[in-house]
Design a protein around this ligand. Sequence first.
Ligand code: MG
Length: 402
Amino acid sequence: MTGDNDINRGNSYSGQLVSYACNDTRSIGRRFEETHPTYRNEYQRDRDRIIHSAAFRRLEYKTQVFVNHEGDLFRTRLTHSLEVAQIARSIARELKLHEDLTEAIALAHDLGHTPFGHAGQTALNNCMKDFGGFEHNIQSLRVVDKLEQKYADFDGLNLTFETREGILKHCALHNAERLGDVGQRFLDKSQPSLEAQLTDYSDETAYNNHDIDDGIRYGLITITDLLKIELFRTQYDIVNKQYPGLDDKKLIHEVIRRMINVMVVDLIDTSRENISNANLSSIDDVRKQEQKIMAFSKQMSEQKLELKQFLRKSLYQHYRVHRMTKKAADVIDALFNAFMDDLKILPTEALEHCNTLKEKHGDKGVARGISDYIAGMTDRYAIVEYERIFNPRQLSFVNLHP
Ligand code: MG
């Protein structure tokens, strides 16, 4: 779909890329053919379409770990996505992979997340258990393939295969088949591009580190707790030796920035060795590997696991976080059931969406339409919608029809 004879092709990286990188001049293409952009390459266009989407703007008001209104300094899905993009671009540039593609994948990777973080996703998945379930990776793909509705010629953003492949990080095997081209690799057990692989690792590098920062700020974990974790302690000792008596705010930042750096350096060094051992010469070589090429060293993987387990126990399962997430799950559950009981309380656009899906898929379609409506909500919208539906004090025409 991307012919090599187009004189308008802009900003191609092809001359600076390694032979096994994704190449914007040799993209597998878009679902609907389009003319090439002027002065931009295909992956820049993908990134730009993502940034201009409504789903991207909504990330600002979606929970990462802490609900959005709890404080202005906590990460949201938007700032998380920007941090992932920053890390991914650094890695891509160093390895001479396609930086624009990694940025597009990073900025889009969480577009399908429900309000209220993982609690929201678990609750919605439960609601949808008889109707095909809910997976946030598939939902992100659904957002860019179908739900963004603003182009005259197609539904969705019509992104390239490579960006869509990177967005679909995981999916259950029973869903892979119906996802067509991007689902195929889960059936074939082949690998995605290195750009997709490195963006996935950038995601966990970002959240493992920023969740420490947010957790300390929220008072749920302390430096004393963290000193039990090798990855933290090693960098803490370095900072403490160099800057004895540094105040906690600067100390934490100095430790965390070093942690991100050692993780990124380890990922680049280990992956570079794997690249050399695998003798890669094309993107097809990457795809047919039995295992991912991008990887942390064994030592870093172990340290990372220790950190993840610590965060799960001390932060994600902390009773104060759990109280918040339980309440959030109740909101999602209540909204879903209320809409399923009476579709007529849905706003017009959401009702039309449900009816369109009903024509094709019956009751499953209706549930999917409701799930799309709920997944698209920001935290604050979900709370307001809950109030409008369930709070009898809001029993007025004005509040019911904002
Ligand atoms: Mg993420």
